[in-house]
Design a protein. Structure first.
Length: 179
């Protein structure tokens, strides 16, 4: 069975980030942990940001594949919440990073892409001008991610379902109705 070197590098980077903090992890650390050369690393990734982006993208794609099999919004949101909770330590690590803006940009771009795909696929009537769709994507991406990141829930199934229900109500206009 062939070794997926990208996966090996990603797992090593995740472990090192958890151990040392995102600002202290270097390419040298990652290749040392994997017992490969720097050249091998650069064969697979341009730089650390490319690796970080690949880690988030890979996991969001998995969430997207699973959400395609789900017919209701709440269960799709539960999948997304579980993804964020899985990576919450990493996201919190980023909050204290010197490169916070860079990493948040990468994360928000990937999450925006995911939410856009889900909206395009699952919305019944999505007849919006492109500029309105962009604003909607940004609002959903930042709002939902921020809400989850700043909530006190852990991997408690009841709390996750409750939060997913509230997010559904918020997104569908049931939580607050303006007159």
């Amino acid at each position: 069975m062939a070794i997926d070197m990208k996966e090996v590098l990603a797992l090593a980077a995740e472990e090192l980030i958890e151990e040392k903090g995102i600002d202290k992890v270097t390419i040298k650390d990652i290749v040392g942990k994997c017992n490969i050369t720097r050249q091998s690393f650069y064969y697979h990734f341009e730089d650390f940001d490319d690796l970080f982006s690949w880690i988030i993208e890979r996991n969001m794609e998995e969430v997207y594949r699973k959400s395609r099999k789900i017919d209701n919004m709440k269960d799709s949101i539960i999948l997304f919440i579980e993804f964020v909770l899985k990576y919450k330590p990493l996201f919190l690590n980023i909050k204290n990073s010197k490169r916070r803006e860079d990493f948040e940009f990468i994360i928000s771009k990937i999450i925006k892409k995911y939410i856009g795909k889900v909206l395009l696929e699952k919305s019944h009537k999505l007849d919006l001008p492109v500029s309105d769709f962009e604003v909607t994507l940004k609002f959903y991406s930042f709002g939902v991610l921020g809400l989850i990141m700043n909530s006190d829930i852990d991997n408690n199934k009841d709390e996750i379902e409750e939060l997913a229900g509230k997010i559904c109500d918020l997104l569908t206009g049931k939580l607050i109705i303006f007159k």
